[in-house]
Design a protein around this ligand. Structure first.
Ligand code: SAM
Length: 393
């Protein structure tokens, strides 16, 4: 049955939110705020439903042509290509404010600063599914893979790999590139034995990494060269890494006391912030720890190879924390508070986790005094938010 509704909000994954005639919430992927849309209900739960967009009856001024043939075919890679870039930023701001107010229960907070980034050809890492030897992405409405013939958000050097690579015998492939060095790496899971890619590419199988082989590429960010191993995390683009590091550095400020960099990865923040005091970096992944030791060799940074949960908080003036999507949670917030820090800078890549963590930080005695949304993933609903906390009086 087709129903009509008006979209009044946006969910954390970028879907439009409206209500049906009975007042039940309906999530509509692809619909924008203020649009009147016709939808077919495809999933019904007790308190909400999911609608498939059939027709936009009254479009939002933010609606644009997605300009990607693969989105038309159902590619689930970019879920906001139907909105203008300004419209996307407004949606993300709304997602962030909703998380702070609804999940974090904050009635007052600073207005977010928005940092836009180039929406085309930016991504330097792509995790792809493989369909009959061709790389692609998940389908928007199913777990099925969809081989793609183009991907406008990928850096051209990666797009070429995605389109031309023969990934026979592979289930999942990770394509990586140093945009400023030109170095490329392909990690094939479970094995790279039958993979055929361009000669310059460092090709490695998950089976080889298990057996002890090491493989990496390099990127240049903030005037420094970064070694990044096949499985080590790095930000989505060098421009994004620079923007994020600059926001974090400004929020950290200057000082010469101890600073702790939790979830420090290959050392991006420890290697770029202008902090004069001793820095301790905590990171769990062995490959990232090994990279950080190389990347930060010229800096006096103590690197602890440990899960944050097992780290014993040491006294610190400032704590920076950049966890994976699960966020900090109560235990990490208690650890941060136990350092006695006057300032904490949190980098969140999931709106729900952001809302919860901000609420926990406030409960732990910190005041939220700055919010910056760095648009690391244009064309998608993914948010990256930096928040600064100062210890309350
Ligand atoms: C979002 S990345 C941030 C890395 C770094 N700050 C950067 O900007 O490049 C999160 C990092 O946390 C690490 N990590 C995930 N869970 C962890 C845990 N429980 N303890 C320590 N590190 C963890 C990951 O390996 C990854 O390097």
């Amino acid at each position: 049955m087709v129903i009509e509704l008006v979209v009044h909000g946006v969910s954390s994954d970028g879907a439009g939110v409206g209500r049906d005639a009975d007042g039940r919430v309906v999530f509509v992927p692809g619909a924008l705020v203020d649009e009147r849309v016709a939808v077919t209900v495809v999933e019904e739960k007790k308190r909400h439903a999911v609608g498939q967009l059939v027709q936009v009856l009254e479009p939002s001024p933010d609606r644009v042509d997605p300009t990607c043939a693969e989105v038309e075919r159902g590619c689930g890679g970019c879920d906001l290509r139907h909105a203008s870039i300004d419209g996307q930023l407004r949606m993300k701001e709304r997602i962030v404010l909703d998380a702070l107010e609804r999940i974090g229960r904050l009635s007052e907070h600073p207005a977010p600063t928005l940092v836009p980034l180039d929406p085309d050809g930016y991504r330097t890492t792509a995790r792809c599914v493989v369909v009959h030897g061709h790389a692609g992405y998940r389908h928007r409405r199913s777990a099925e893979g969809l081989a793609v013939a183009a991907c406008p958000v990928l850096h051209p050097g990666l797009e070429e790999l995605l389109v031309d690579g023969d990934f026979s015998g592979v289930r999942e492939v990770t394509l990586r590139l140093g945009a400023r060095t030109g170095e490329r790496l392909v990690l094939a899971d479970p094995t790279a034995a039958a993979v055929d890619v361009a000669q310059d590419v460092v090709l490695v199988g998950a089976d080889e990494l298990e057996a002890g082989r090491r493989a990496w590429y390099h990127e240049e960010v903030a005037g420094r060269r970064w070694r990044i191993s096949a499985r080590s995390f790095f930000q989505a683009s060098p421009e994004g890494a620079e923007a994020l590091a600059s926001v974090v550095g400004a929020m950290v400020g200057a000082g010469d006391g101890p600073l702790v960099d939790l979830y420090g990865g290959v050392g991006l923040f420890a290697g770029t912030i202008g902090w004069a005091g001793p820095i301790t970096l905590v990171e769990r992944a062995a490959s990232a720890v090994a990279d950080a030791r190389v990347n930060l060799a010229d800096r006096s940074v103590k690197i602890l190879a440990s899960p944050v949960e097992r780290w014993k908080p040491s006294s610190a003036d400032v704590v920076v924390a950049d966890p994976a999507r699960a966020g900090l949670g109560r235990r990490n917030v208690e650890q941060i508070a136990a350092t006695g820090c006057a300032v904490a800078v949190l980098v969140s890549c999931d709106a729900g986790a952001l809302g919860r963590d901000v609420g926990l930080m406030v409960q732990a005695g910190f005041d939220l005094d700055a919010i910056t949304l760095v648009d690391l993933f244009p064309q998608t609903s993914r948010v990256e938010v930096v928040t600064r906390f100062v210890r309350g009086a």
